[in-house]
Design a protein around this ligand. Sequence first.
Ligand code: UDP
Length: 477
Amino acid sequence: MKSTKPHVALLASPGMGHLIPVLELAKRLVSHQSFKVTVFVVATDHASIANSQLLQSPSASNDLLDMVLLPFIDISNIVEPDASFVTKIVILMLESLPFLRSEISKMEFRPTALVVDLFGTDAWEIADEFNMLKYVFIASNAWFLAVILHGPEIDRKEVDDHVKNQKPLNIPGCKPVKLEDTLDVFLTDPNGPFYQGFVGSGMKMALADGILMNSWEGLEPTTLKALGDAKKVPVYPIGPLVRPVEKPVLGNQVINWLDKQPKESVIYVSFGSGGTLSAQQVLELAWGLELSQQRFLWVARPPLENDASGYFFTVGNGSDGTPDYLPDGFLARTQDKGLVVSMWAPQVEVLSHPSVGGFLTHCGWNSVMESIINGVPMIAWPLYSEQKMNAALLTEEFGASIRAKAMELDGLVGREEIKSMVRRILIDSEGQNIRARIKGLKNSAAKALTEGGSSYNSLSQVAEICIQHLKTKSYGA
Ligand code: UDP
């Protein structure tokens, strides 16, 4: 007998920040809709690690949820070693498509819908071949999506005015994008591959049956209305999708240390899965934390010059050795105040810990959602991708953060600025005011997700479309 519940295939592009929200979407389709879900993961060494760790999560072990790791592809002879992480992702996604096609063709119960992320729209040909519905899941906010969808119609003069004359970029019905917050793509040659890829991806997204997003009505009502008015493609805000804390982490060095600190006394410092600072910036950060005289938990990575996303493909769950890139004597001087871990910390567990009073973040959207859901005020320190737009939203629209200012002279965020920001968040009333506003956002998120709430209803609408499509497929030839 044919199943009456659809099977949904999700394609996750490389990178922990991409895989984590896709897996959360998969879990939600299983738990809310009882759909069968297969997550295809484009493999890198990084993804392989992530895959095995994330699979240990109890909610990921479910008969209805399968993870398929697509074969590792060596692209070293196709791209230059210093190519941007975006170029590498795009190539890996393209090279993985034949494997995706082959996996889907082998399936007895073929998927009804294919959901891809920001980098996956080239898979539309496979979706069409197997008569699958096409969805994009943007694990980010509506403002960023609006820029992508309007990208194809932004003309050269507007981009020139934006970049050369510092005019804000106008996106219909949305907050204009200031040059200091703009996407890197606008700073590249409009005839070059990066810009053309951006325009192409906006066009391909408009061909989708819908776009799911990790945001919710109450968070971005104006932008979501503008997206609806633009009538380019149906948009379904279904968030926030955040990895939950599922079981107490026992024997973890970070959690054990947090257990010993006073309530809301610790600033957690992390730049996401790939964020990297220069050697000089690492030193300033260390000095700033020390001068603040506040408690800190710092996920510190070895510095790299001119490569803010340096660890995007290689970061894992490891911790290794004593960092030798910190100021002389820093660890000894701060041993009663701080903990430095290499590369990775259990972030959701950290943010939900009562000792954490603030989060110095690179503003990756998953980190932002995790901080809001756990009620933690932020210091926004964006590095790359759409992070500067996220920082602008957090600071100017949501009132959920203060924002780091780099010095004009050398582009560094100085130690005095860092000291002052940490103290403003942990000690001053400013931190408490932000905390109160985040509580409002947290409540609005909870409302959106409960039965009958806006995000719950959005996902139900998509589910219903999938159910109807499965019926048509079943009744058809
Ligand atoms: N993360 C983590 N530990 C770390 C760094 C990151 O668990 O030390 C997780 C974090 O909780 C989030 C994801 O990795 O879910 C990073 O996604 P985000 O969108 O914040 O940033 P990206 O890594 O994509 O830049």
